[in-house]
Every structure is written in C-alpha cells, then in structure tokens.
Write a protein that binds this ligand. Structure first.
Ligand SMILES: Nc1ncnc2c1ncn2[C@@H]1O[C@H](COP(=O)(O)OP(=O)(O)OP(=O)(O)O)[C@@H](O)[C@H]1O
Length: 251
C-alpha cells in the first residue's frame, strides 16, 4: 500500500533519509520508533506531500506520489492530488479551525474537497463524532474542548475523507498525561476494527507493542530493524534497537 524505494532527503548537508527502502502492506498496522531527529516525521510529511524527497520513488496504493532522479528537482506527478486524498493524517498539534464547532470541522473537507452532499457529510460526521466518543460535544468549538477531545475531533476529521491510509504523527505528545488514554483508545479501536492501513510514529512503546502488526526501528534516516512487536520489544536483533529501548523504557 505504501512503498519507499531508495528514498533520500537532505536539507543542505543534513542527510535526513538515506536510500530508504520501506513498505507497508494493505491493512497493515505499522509503528515507527526511534530517537529524535532520525527522520520519522519526515517520512509522514513526504507521504502527505508536505515535503518532497531529494531522490527516490514513493508510491501509495499503486500510484506514484514522487519519482525523483538524483540531482533532479522534485515535481508533482499527475496523480499526486488524487493519491493524496487516499491519505488521512493526524498531527501532534490538532490543527483544527478554532472558530468552527467540532461538527463543522469534520464536515468541512468532505463538502469542499470531495464535493460530498451536505446532508450526507453531516450524517457521516455525526457518526464519526459518536465513534470517537464526542456525541455530547459536537457543537463545541476547540477552545471549549480539552486537548484529548480536540485530538479526537482531528481523528474524526481525517476519517471523514474515507482514507485508505491513516498516518499518525506522535498523536499524544502534545497532551497532558491524563488525556493520553482516551486518544489511544480511539486509535486502538480503529486498529482492531478496520482494515485501513495505519502508519504511526510514536513514543508510546507499550501502545506500539499492543496494536502493531509490525514495528520499525529508525536511526539516522535508516530502518535498522523491522519485525513483529514481540521481536522488537522482547528480543531485538540489532544493538541500536537494544540501546534505544533500554533508554526509553527506563523512564
Ligand atoms: N523543514 C526543515 N528544514 C530543515 N531541516 C529539517 C526540516 N524538517 C526537518 N528537518 C531536520 O530533519 C531531521 C529529522 O527530522 P524529523 O522531524 O523527521 O525527525 P523525527 O525522527 O521525527 O524526530 P522527533 O522524534 O524529534 O519528532 C532533523 O535534524 C530536523 O532538524
């Protein structure tokens, strides 16, 4: 469903991704772990077309999103916009429209981007806000909601576009500790009850262990180890994975 083939990304002399080969199968739930600055967020931003690779090929659902030869300037592929719509993303910061209610935030894109009928979009938004446990808060604006509630609106908003792929970029890192569980519960339910492909960058190791089909350990722009959670968390093969997990699991 997602494929990175020999993808590199540099900012000046900072080589953030180095000939990365990485893929995610349809329906697979994959978590990316690794130290700060290892390139995890950059992968998601390239998939969202918020960044372009310096070199390499990126495809989603069989469509080429980026194809950049060495030394060439990245340019948008013909199907980029179409393909981009297959992907939903949940950011660290919730990025909601502050003056709109939860319901308006969720119906906005389906109506204006997909051209969905207003009644249908509204019905679907109500269902999604119920799904994320916000039936009582549909008419509240973001300032009237807690961080956990805002992030759940952001998840409903991404789902409203009927994506085939959901990307999560450290979705709980901006939340107070007591609000993390409610957001993880929503993501856990999605992982267990849908066949959507899910790719998540997370610092929540226990959560990654629980919901992922596969965990990928990143370091210095490379996938150093990839395997089922039992392998990565209980019996890692690579020294780098062992030292990383020892450091983060101590806290
Ligand atoms: N727009 C940009 N311009 C210049 N450098 C950037 C830009 N975006 C990211 N970087 C650099 O790329 C490197 C990797 O960043 P990235 O956010 O992908 O790491 P990460 O693994 O997600 O880290 P974290 O866990 O801290 O979020 C960092 O050195 C960062 O400073």
């Amino acid at each position: 469903m997602i494929a990175f083939e020999n993808v590199s990304k540099s900012w000046g002399s900072n080589h953030v991704l180095k000939s990365l080969n990485f893929d995610v199968q349809p329906g697979e739930k994959v978590s990316i772990i690794g130290p700060s600055g290892s390139g995890k967020t950059t992968i998601l931003r390239i998939l969202m077309t918020l960044e372009s690779p310096s070199e390499g090929l990126v495809s989603v659902d069989g469509d080429v999103l980026w194809k950049v030869a060495a030394g060439e300037k990245p340019k948008e592929t013909r199907q980029l916009r179409q393909t981009r719509r297959k992907i939903g993303m949940v950011f660290q910061q919730f990025n909601l429209f502050p003056h709109m209610t939860a319901l308006e935030n969720v119906v906005e894109a389906p109506i204006h981007v997909l051209g969905m009928d207003k009644g249908e979009a509204r019905e679907r938004a109500v269902d999604l806000l119920n799904l994320v446990g916000l039936s009582k808060h549909m008419n509240h604006t973001p300032p009237q909601l807690s961080g956990g509630q805002q992030q759940r609106v952001a998840i409903a908003r991404a789902l409203a576009m009927r994506p085939k792929v959901m990307l999560f970029d450290e979705p709980t890192s901006a939340l107070d500790p007591e609000l993390i569980g409610e957001v993880l519960n929503v993501i856990r339910n999605l992982a267990q009850s849908t066949d959507m492909t899910m790719l998540m960058v997370t610092h929540e190791m226990r959560f990654a262990e629980e919901i992922s089909d596969r965990v990928v350990m990143f370091d210095h722009g490379r996938a150093v180890e990839s395997g089922p959670p039992e392998q990565i968390f209980k019996n890692p093969l690579e020294e780098r994975t062992k030292t990383f997990l020892r450091a983060v699991l101590q806290h």
